[in-house]
Write a protein that binds this ligand. Structure first.
Ligand code: HOZ
Length: 431
């Protein structure tokens, strides 16, 4: 595969951008080799500057549930662009997107739009502290909630990929406000509430973890979290930046039937444009300025173009049968990959919820960050490169989710399974 142009582009980028990338997960640092510089995407495929084509299972890390350059989204964006890029004044589109979110998430009566998931989380924590009058936040090891200062402790995604326990530059007082517990362990949460009685404002959790690879909630874990929060007058915050509109229209809350107090959204609700949102019951959300005394603002919040892309995406997802189609494609991919690995004699374990899935090179169940950490990362890296050379673009890290979009055809899925079969075979030969 010819990658001369990507190699040149990376050298140029490294001279002026730290690590050559604007987000560490793009750097291929975890898997080695050269990040591909992308020029365009269409449907299920992306194309690099050397003219190589790949079936894309990163989908911009989740937003592109309709695939690249969906006509409905592109024409909504084009129409919006022609009407002006930003006004710093209210638009009806913002209300429309908020209505679509509230309709899909019954726990959300009111919602604020911001520019990224990180911003939404940061604002939600402020709100939770104001509402409860408490300071501490519980998070789970391996969950990632954007690069919010006090949540960059035992975080997944890029930190896990780079093997960083946390980030430098976080003040000790901030870090001390975070209590870390294992994912899928409600007893650990109860113990934390006992230890810090009257001090915990909220639990923030990815209801289906997607940033340590996919790890589903076990048994009644989410119901237990709900119960513990109710027993202790604390708030339950679901970070549904990945799962919102992905595993069901109403996210994990719909799939598992649990209501959160505050919901964080992003990715799909911007249809590929920068957006984030946080919402919940009116009594909580009305603490925000101008009604209340919790301040949060933004020049580009609710940007009309991002809102137009989000509305077009969600309207498509409102069509009958969409989530069944996603489920069918992703299920076929899961089964095909498992069979191919078994044929080749390579041990893998796949976690999948709807159209998000992760291949772990491990024997046995993956239920928390400790299990994830034991999986064979080196093998994943070799698999990643074999697949890349075969025209399949997987997440460049063993700690991320693959995403199947509505644009992935059955031919794409079968081609991917076939390539995976060859790659597993190669792994078996090379050990
Ligand atoms: N949540 C994404 C990765 N799991 C974020 C992508 C990024 O950090 O660039």
């Amino acid at each position: 595969m010819d990658c001369v142009k990507s190699a040149d582009a990376f050298e140029r980028a490294k001279a002026v951008i730290p690590g050559g990338v604007n987000s560490p997960v793009r750097s291929f640092y975890a898997v080695g080799g050269l990040p591909r510089f992308i020029v365009k995407g269409k449907g299920s495929k992306i194309y690099d500057i050397d003219g190589n084509e790949y079936i894309d299972y990163v989908c911009s890390w989740g937003p592109l549930i309709l695939g690249h350059c969906d006509e409905r989204v592109i024409s909504a964006v084009a129409k919006s662009v022609n009407g002006g890029l930003t006004f710093g004044a209210p638009t009806e589109g913002e209300t429309k997107l908020a209505e679509l979110i509230c309709e899909s998430f019954p726990s959300v009566e009111k919602v604020r739009l911001v520019n990224s998931g990180t911003e939404a989380v940061m604002s939600a924590l402020r709100l939770a502290r104001a509402y409860t009058g408490r300071e501490k936040i519980i998070k789970c090891a391996g969950c990632y909630h954007g690069h919010v200062d006090n949540l960059l402790v035992q975080a997944g995604s890029g930190l896990a990929s780079l093997g960083l326990p946390g980030s430098k530059g976080i003040s000790v007082s901030q870090a001390n406000q975070t209590v870390v517990v294992p994912y899928n362990d409600s007893q650990a949460v109860r113990s934390a509430f006992e230890k810090f009685a009257g001090q915990i404002a909220a639990i923030i959790v990815e209801p289906v973890a997607g940033n340590m690879g996919v790890v589903p909630p076990k048994g009644d874990y989410l119901a237990e979290l709900r119960r513990i929060c109710d027993d202790n007058d604390a708030l339950l915050i679901f970070d549904e930046v990945i799962t919102g509109f992905r595993i069901a229209r109403g996210g994990a809350q719909e799939l598992f039937g649990i209501r959160s107090d505050i919901t964080i959204l992003g990715k799909i609700i911007g249809g590929g444009m920068p957006v984030g949102a946080y919402g919940g019951r009116s009594e909580i959300m009305d603490l925000l300025a101008p009604l209340g005394q919790v301040y949060q603002a933004g020049t580009l919040s609710g940007n009309p173009i991002a809102v137009a892309a989000g509305i077009a995406t969600i309207e498509k997802l409102n069509e009958q049968g969409v989530y069944n189609r996603l489920e069918k494609s992703a299920q076929r991919l899961e089964v095909g990959l498992l069979e191919a690995a078994e044929r080749a004699g390579v041990k893998i374990s796949i976690n999948r919820v709807g159209s998000m899935l992760t291949i772990f090179f491990a024997d046995g169940k993956i239920e928390n960050y400790e299990d994830v950490a034991k999986a064979d990362k080196e093998k994943y890296s070799r698999f990643f490169h074999l697949m890349l050379d075969g025209g399949i673009y997987l997440p460049p890290s063993a700690f991320e989710s693959m995403f199947v979009s509505l644009a992935h055809s059955s031919e794409d899925i079968e081609f991917t399974i076939e390539r995976a079969g060859k790659s597993f075979e190669q792994l078996r030969i090379t050990g």
